[in-house]
Design a protein around this ligand. Structure first.
Ligand code: NDP
Length: 347
């Protein structure tokens, strides 16, 4: 799209697209070192795209921290602007479905991995990837939910589509203080489920209870190798952790229980046996947010707009500026961040 003429006459103190703007940029020169810096770019630097968005908020997800630190090969093209999600206002559009001024959000589709992402004051993207901001939801609220919260909703939808209901029995959420876990707790408890939160930070138990957990357990009881079948505790579970934790979650499911697995905070491995599947009829559902079809995304965001109270988002979110993103990446990977990090890219 990249039009030749200047646009943006109404940017309210925000730089116009042809002026310089700020973005995090990751580079890996041939034979050189991988690195992320806060850089100053111009519109000419942006890749072509059907829609130019003036970003107001982005977030820091686990995957963004991996991209910024280079600890996992998340970024597959260089240079890259990270940020797997963003919210903002359409500045220019070559697609008739979007007009300047439309409030939009985007998450996934390889944004921040193979195409430039949202940790920037401007982003170009494909019209097919954009979602209109749900009515009544601000850009900051949308990013308080972000990819983590949207993934939590996809997990809830997966459990429900498998027939899980509050009457089925108690549910477990692992990685409870993280973005996915914290919002999964809030969503499930508001649907009437009895939720146990598994965390390595027992000192955060009051926060998890305020989100809706009725019980909080120490994650260490799940993080080492366990027996293939253990006491039947849970009718459902949302697992953001993987590895031994997911194996132990499977081993402690009730007969006919269902687990939605979306994460790998402990590890990508799954050192489990088939015993829970073939002896207890347990189901394991994989949840991917990145390439989820648009209809499922739309349902998830519509439900989030209605089912997640603004008060939950406020208490679960820390707002930072672009310059604070890089220093925070290691803390996030080390599990030292609670809830969601929203980035005000104009701060
Ligand atoms: P966060 O970093 O916000 O949270 C992860 C949480 O996991 C931490 O807060 C911590 O919770 C727990 N944790 C961290 N390290 C370990 C460990 N070694 N063993 C056990 N638990 C640990 O990440 P998100 O919530 O944003 O994402 C969670 C996972 O889900 C990530 O692996 C991410 O990549 C994945 N994900 C997948 C998506 C998909 O499309 N499938 C989309 C979004 C995220 P506590 O302190 O409470 O124990």
């Amino acid at each position: 799209m990249r039009s030749q003429q200047s646009s943006s006459s109404n940017t309210g103190g925000v730089p116009t697209p042809l002026a310089q703007f700020n973005a995090i940029r990751i580079t890996k020169p041939d034979g050189g070192q991988y690195g992320a810096v806060l850089d100053s770019l111009t519109q000419a630097d942006l890749p072509d795209g059907e829609v130019l968005v003036r970003v107001s908020h982005s977030t820091m997800n686990y995957k963004d921290a991996l991209a910024i630190t280079g600890k996992s090969p998340v970024v597959r093209k260089f240079p890259m602007v990270p940020g797997i999600d963003f919210a903002g206002v359409v500045e220019e559009s070559a697609d008739p479905r979007f007009q300047p001024g439309d409030a939009v959000l985007l998450n996934g589709w390889g944004t921040g991995e193979v195409s430039w992402g949202g940790l920037s004051q401007y982003a170009t993207t494909r019209a097919d990837w954009l979602i209109r901001l749900p009515a009544g939801m601000s850009a900051e609220q949308a990013m308080s939910i972000g990819t983590a919260g949207y993934t939590a909703m996809l997990c809830v939808m997966a459990l429900q589509s498998h027939g899980l209901a509050p009457e089925s029995g108690p549910v477990l959420v692992t990685g409870a203080n993280g973005g996915v876990g914290s919002i999964a707790i809030a969503l499930l408890s508001r649907l009437g489920f009895l939720v146990t939160a598994s965390t390595g930070r027992m000192e955060e138990a009051p926060h998890l209870q305020a989100l809706g957990a009725s019980a909080v357990m120490d994650r260490h009881s799940l993080s080492a190798q366990g027996k293939p079948l253990q006491k039947e505790n849970w009718a459902g579970a949302v697992d953001a952790v993987g590895s031994h934790t997911l194996a132990n979650v499977l081993a402690t499911m009730r007969y006919g229980g269902v687990v939605a697995a979306c994460g790998l905070a402990q590890g990508m491995d799954l050192p489990a046996s088939v015993a829970p599947f073939i002896l207890r009829g347990v189901s394991l559902i994989g949840v991917d947010s990145v390439y989820a079809p648009m209809s499922r995304r739309q349902t998830a965001w519509d439900r989030l707009a209605v089912e997640l109270p603004a008060s939950v988002l406020g208490s679960n979110t820390r707002l930072i500026g672009l310059s604070e993103v890089i220093p925070l990446a290691n803390d996030l990977l080390a599990g030292r961040v609670r809830g969601r990090i929203v980035v005000d890219v104009n701060r």
